[in-house]
Design a binder for this molecule. Structure first.
Ligand SMILES: CC(C)(COP(=O)(O)OP(=O)(O)OC[C@H]1O[C@@H](n2cnc3c(N)ncnc32)[C@H](O)[C@@H]1OP(=O)(O)O)[C@@H](O)C(=O)NCCC(=O)NCCS
Length: 161
């Protein structure tokens, strides 16, 4: 059975656990400073935890609010808790909040090679709207080696309720 989870606003004290999940999950992980910057900017920074177990962080999600659109900057699920529809449910909840606050759409970038994330976004209703050449650094030491991003978008509708 898929686990139940709750979310709360990320605080500085969460960052060391969040960073552990980040380095286990990404080719070119964010630094702890990147997370601190997001907190300082008061983006929509959430940690997800197993229902009634606040210490068990199962993932996190960071969204930058713009004028009319939301920009998904990071969504990461702890490797032990994947394939339980957590990412799909989180996106749906955030889209609902966005819609009620009159945001029109959510935008995101994803590595061209990140098939699992692309499948998850497609399942969630995101459409490919473009690409950004050499957007992402690779994990290797070769600073010239870069990977394209796909840009995806979802128009927020009441349908999400
Ligand atoms: C991408 C990620 C956020 C998905 O989180 P998740 O909670 O496991 O995803 P969900 O359970 O909601 O998946 C929903 C659907 O997406 C697709 N999907 C997700 N992971 C997949 C995988 N590894 N392989 C194939 N399809 C996958 C499936 O269609 C899945 O539905 P199904 O399980 O019924 O087949 C997670 O794998 C992750 O944290 N990856 C590393 C960080 C990352 O890449 N983040 C996105 C950066 S843009």
């Amino acid at each position: 059975m898929d686990i139940n989870f709750q979310f709360r606003v990320m605080e500085k004290i969460d960052i060391s656990l969040v960073y552990e999940i980040e380095i286990a999950s990404h080719l070119h992980p964010w630094s702890e400073k990147n997370f601190i910057d997001c907190l300082e900017h008061h983006y929509w920074n959430y940690v997800l935890f197993e229902e009634n177990v606040p210490s068990q962080i199962v993932g996190y999600c960071i969204v930058m609010p713009g004028v009319e659109e939301l920009h998904l900057l990071n969504i990461t699920i702890h490797p032990h808790f994947r394939r339980q529809k957590i990412a799909l449910r989180v996106l749906s909840a955030i889209e609902k909040i966005g819609f009620t606050h009159h945001y029109l759409k959510m935008l995101l970038e994803v590595r061209r090679s990140n098939e699992s994330a692309i499948k998850m976004y497609e399942k969630s209703g995101y459409l490919l709207i473009g690409s950004r050449k050499d957007y992402y650094p690779m994990g290797s030491n070769d600073v010239f080696l870069r990977e394209d991003a796909l840009v995806m978008e979802k128009i927020l509708r009441k349908l999400n309720e």
